[in-house]
Design a binder for this molecule. Structure first.
Ligand SMILES: NC(=O)c1ccc[n+]([C@@H]2O[C@H](COP(=O)([O-])OP(=O)(O)OC[C@H]3O[C@@H](n4cnc5c(N)ncnc54)[C@H](OP(=O)(O)O)[C@@H]3O)[C@@H](O)[C@H]2O)c1
Length: 204
């Protein structure tokens, strides 16, 4: 299946995602707050199917949206998506509110995926791509035995299947850990998968 994919955020994670998505057969747009003219260098260096676009236009045009924005900006995106429904959102965020004096937002006992899903009740949120450091995401370790794992969790089983297919096309090995309540916390900061680059032995 061919998707219209939008990447919201062009920083460390957004540009890493773009590197892999641009090599797939999907149509891929990338957007940020500054606007498409600020994305000329990224788009020309990555190439492939990647195109720069405005934020509004990217949201409008995409069936699948990767969120690669800071945690504190997710609510602002919630407003932008209010007029739409049914989009698959792949949330890459960690609940970091301060990097300098490393601090996480206290979201109680739920996982970040569940928290973000509540911000986007009309959409199909899947948590993925939040466990690897940006440099590893951009350039996964070469391994003859298999592919780097992307951990996925969420409550919409069909959306997770589609995210898994996109993840495979990007060259990674998707591993579904279950629902937000069951598997979500395993991939949040403090969980066993956070910061771990795992290799799924098998297909190269
Ligand atoms: N960095 C890592 O190693 C890492 C690892 C795992 C997960 N993550 C998660 O990935 C997310 C992104 O992190 P990052 O390091 O890539 O951040 P970053 O380098 O600071 O990039 C953030 C990007 O988000 C855009 N942005 C911010 N607010 C926006 C809004 N309201 N609408 C549209 N675009 C907006 C910014 O655009 P402008 O420049 O135009 O403002 C920028 O392109 C975070 O949630 C983080 O927790 C990061």
């Amino acid at each position: 299946m061919k998707y219209k994919i939008g990447i919201i955020g062009s920083g460390n994670i957004g540009s890493g995602l773009a590197t892999h998505l641009a090599k797939t057969t999907n149509e891929v747009l990338i957007a940020n707050r500054k606007g498409p003219e600020s994305l000329t260098d990224i788009v020309s260096s990555i190439g492939g199917s990647l195109k720069a676009s405005g934020l509004k236009e990217t949201i409008e045009a995409s069936d699948v949206l990767f969120f690669a924005v800071p945690w504190g900006q997710l609510k602002a995106l919630g407003k932008q998506l209010e007029d739409y429904e049914g989009k698959i959102i792949i949330d890459t965020s960690n609940n970091i509110v301060s990097v300098s004096s490393f601090q996480l937002e206290d979201i109680g006992s739920i996982s970040t995926g569940e928290y973000v899903a509540k911000l986007f009740p009309k959409h199909r949120v899947v948590k993925a791509f939040n466990t690897l450091a940006a440099a590893t995401l951009k350039q996964p370790t070469k391994n003859e035995l298999g592919r780097t794992v992307i951990v996925i969790s969420g409550d919409d089983a069909d959306a997770k299947k589609e995210v898994a297919a996109i993840t495979e096309a990007m060259g990674f090995a998707p591993v579904d850990t279950g629902t937000f309540a069951g598997g979500g916390k395993l991939q949040d900061i403090g969980g066993p998968f956070s910061g771990a680059e795992l290799i799924k032995v098998g297909k190269r």
